[in-house]
Design a protein around this ligand. Structure first.
Ligand SMILES: [Zn+2]
Length: 82
């Protein structure tokens, strides 16, 4: 990934796992994954209208914040749900 990024390519990490992001997130300009939604399928909903958290914005944003903090602990003060 770094070799490709060094050639000036703007790389998107489609489906890159957390371990991959930990290794080379600095070489990516963006990434996405459905991991949060898959996990959310097994979490009871946060409101009566959510049967599970698989499509919940609040759950997704909390997942994102935890991921960002795990990759860069100094980002903890900049996340929404810290
Ligand atoms: Zn929810």
């Amino acid at each position: 990934m770094r070799a490709l990024a060094a050639r000036g390519l703007s790389l998107h990490g489609f489906g890159v796992k957390i371990t991959g992001l930990a290794r080379y997130a600095d070489a990516l300009v963006s990434s996405d994954s459905t991991s949060w939604s898959l996990r959310g399928r097994h979490v009871p909903g946060c409101t009566a209208s959510h049967r599970s958290e698989s499509n919940c914005l609040r759950f997704a944003l909390a997942w994102h914040d935890r991921l960002v903090c795990s990759l860069d602990p100094s980002a903890a003060s900049t996340t929404r749900a810290a």
